[in-house]
Design a protein. Structure first.
Length: 349
């Protein structure tokens, strides 16, 4: 079988790592078209997955993104015409949806990001099947199939991922001391236009408030860190970030994906962003593992909640128990997705 997939974000590399490795191992011919956003190439290299460098950036403003959409739509289509795939898969990439439509091949995707409105508008019309979490806030019509799972279980389900303290120690990281991981985003995604986060002094003030609670603070940032913030930068190899999250006392994130990943690993998390999602809302309301802050005073509210959680002596044990209950209620999405690939590849559009 011949399968094409695009990787346009490091989260997509995580998302489909196990799927790609399984397909390659069983002898399928997989074309991976990758764009280098926030170390996507580094992740694919670490997984040993061959790929084509299809682009150097996804763009940092609307003009660039509009141009790159047109260019990559043509680029993907030409590459897929030459490759002759049986099916195209991945996340909600409008460029891949167009390539699938032009080549008259099925397009199977999984998506959990409701604010990707432009991408979903095109995929809703052109994609063959769109798998979403059961809690997805948007109705995508007849192509949509809701599944009681999270995208993070593609790569963090116990069947494919085991947190490894020794791997962290070998990288010079101490997983045994109490620490909090803080994630700051770059605010340059298409759904971030007009939004912004904390200034450098505000980030430093927040970090020092967490330190006063008796924990080490590590920072993962999409943007370069200033001089006073640099000592807090997480220095472990990027592919180890999920191991770091698994042993953290708490994860504080402006990005929904990292907050949801932490909750999936049984680590309490704070999601601080005005954008809402069905997945993070359920992880708050149903499992009490993730806490969402969307209002104007979200940073102050999140800081207060973080300090309250850090004061709980057995917070990690509580998180692990909640995480185990979550896993009992959620399905392992990998087998289902591969079965869908096989079905649509044989059936055609």
């Amino acid at each position: 079988m011949r399968i094409a997939i695009s990787i346009e974000h490091p989260a997509w590399a995580h998302n489909f790592r196990s799927i790609m490795q399984t397909l390659i191992a069983r002898g399928d011919d997989v074309l991976v078209l990758a764009i280098n956003k926030d170390r996507s190439f580094e992740l694919l290299d670490s997984y040993g997955i061959p790929y084509v460098r299809a682009g150097r950036t996804t763009g940092t403003n609307l003009v660039q993104k509009a141009f790159l959409f047109l260019w990559q739509s043509l680029n993907y289509t030409v590459r897929c015409v030459r490759f002759r795939p049986d099916i195209l898969i991945g996340r909600a990439s409008p460029m891949m949806a167009i390539a699938a439509w032009v080549t008259r091949k099925p397009h199977l995707i999984y998506e959990d990001t409701e604010v990707s409105k432009f991408s979903l508008r095109i995929c809703k019309k052109l994609s063959t099947k769109i798998l979403t979490p059961r809690t997805f806030l948007t109705d995508l019509g007849k192509a949509q199939q809701r599944v009681d799972t999270y995208k993070e279980l593609f790569y963090l389900h116990p069947s494919v991922f085991t947190p490894d303290r020794d791997a962290l120690r070998a990288a010079g990281f101490n997983p045994d001391e109490p620490y909090i991981l803080m994630r700051f985003v770059a605010w340059n995604a298409s759904h971030d236009v007009g939004k912004h986060g904390l200034s450098e002094p505000e980030k430093l003030k927040l970090i020092r408030r967490m330190e006063a609670a008796g924990v080490r603070v590590w920072v993962s940032s999409e943007k370069p860190l200033g001089g006073e913030l640099e000592p807090y930068r997480l220095r472990t190899p990027y592919p180890l970030v999920h191991h770091v999250m698994a042993f953290a006392k708490l994860v504080y994130s402006e990005g929904a994906t990292m907050a949801s990943e932490a909750a999936t690993l049984g680590t309490h998390a704070l999601y601080v962003n005005e954008i809402r999602s069905g997945t993070t809302q359920e992880q708050q309301d149903r499992f009490d593992l993730l806490y969402c802050f969307h209002g104007q005073d979200r940073y102050e509210q999140a800081a207060a909640k973080a300090l309250a959680l850090l004061a709980v002596p057995d917070l990690r044990r509580q998180g692990q128990e909640k995480g185990e209950r979550m896993l009992q209620e959620k399905s392992d999405i990998n087998d289902l997705f591969i079965a869908q690939i096989d079905h649509f590849a044989k059936a055609g559009r």
